[in-house]
Design a protein around this ligand. Structure first.
Ligand SMILES: [Zn+2]
Length: 65
């Protein structure tokens, strides 16, 4: 079985993958726990970045006082 790389998942998530590529990737994720873990990890990173962004926003709002 061919596994996907983190770079490929970035393309997938950013919508930069072809339609056929996305279909293949989605069906692979359903069957492959290993790749799903990578995908979950990327989602966790998103959450961290989102948290970071909102902290920065709060800081900016406070410093405008
Ligand atoms: Zn895989």
């Amino acid at each position: 079985m061919k596994h996907y790389t983190q770079e490929e998942f970035e393309l997938y998530r950013n919508g930069q993958m072809s339609v056929l590529g996305r279909i293949a990737c989605t069906s692979h994720l359903r069957e492959c726990a290993e790749c799903m873990k990578i995908m979950e990890k990327l989602k966790e990173d998103d959450k961290l970045i989102a948290n970071l962004r909102s902290s920065v926003q709060i800081y900016q709002e406070l410093s405008q006082e």
